[in-house]
Design a protein around this ligand. Sequence first.
Ligand code: HMG
Ligand code: MG
Length: 314
Amino acid sequence: MADGLPMEVPAQDLPPRVRIHEVGARDGLQNEKTVVPTEVKAEFVHRLAAAGLTTIEATSFVHPKWVPQLADAEQLFPQLADVRSAGVALPVLVPNERGLDRAVALGARRIAVFGSATETFARRNLNRTVDESLAMFEPVVARARDDKVHVRGYLSMCFGDPWEGPVPVHQVVRVAKALMDLGCDELSLGDTIGVATPGHVQALLAQLNEEGVPTSAIGVHFHDTYGQALANTLAALQHGVTTVDASAGGLGGCPYAKSATGNLATEDLVWMLHGLGIETGVDLGLLTATSVWMAERLGRPSPSRTVRALSHKE
Ligand code: HMG
Ligand code: MG
């Protein structure tokens, strides 16, 4: 190991390249107690892009009372125009047609709807049953597809739910297929409260494949509550997944899911991927410096092990 880089030792049967879907500016900041100023958010996204991230989830066009932390979406998104022109994808969360109207009015070309595998979380997060939320997404996805806007479908509580306990694979597969049938281009499997373990991840992926959802359309979204996120990611890579969600510095959580802590930290992910010889395009030094800078803005250290290890060396 030299200069804060892991020693590169490839392992067999892993993809040569992984696309990181960076969610720190959305999943991370939506969960902060304080509202981060718009200028700080804009600088965060610019720094993430400068560190080599090519998909950066920017914000949410949800009801501002439900997520006040992201109520400045209208002010923030235009400040990211240069990042977008440079070719960085800036997806935004959109729960309904009202959200879609707001996002497309600002020129958003990538949106994400977000469903739940469980009834309790659907109610708490979207004020709808699972099927009512799918009905809410239907015109959103149809209109987006007509406009050639890329649609990601998030599916939360794929492994366990804080109110309902373990979630059966067949229940997850039903909603996953319904999201794909609506016309989503991509499906992100959310372990919202971080309870998954690697065998469970592989069992869900295998069942989704069996039911016609190809691995190429699937991304994984692990929260790190029980320290399983990297192990789960490796299990997904072994299955052929090449899109991995992560959050710079390990920021994150969901205000409507008790016990949801931060996402898999992007730095921890990059350390593992680069050690495996897997390309990401990310400069780990610049990314770590960004998370240290953001931690100073938030007034507490980053929970990422890699950020801590690399910043203590300086
Ligand atoms: P509702 O209260 O049922 O809304 O909330 P409604 O449809 O009844 O509408 C009520 C009023 O809100 C109307 O205004 C609408 O126009 C307005 P009125 O006619 O009364 O004046 N409204 C809006 N205003 C602005 N933007 C909008 C919007 N929609 C309605 N988009 C709703 C339903 C979906 C809006 C609400 O539940 C909501 O905003 N939920 C968002 C929750 C959220 O963002 N959660 C965090 C993201 S999910 C997550 O973090 C998990 C993930 O990371 C994956 C994982 O980890 O598992 C993705
Ligand atoms: Mg999340």
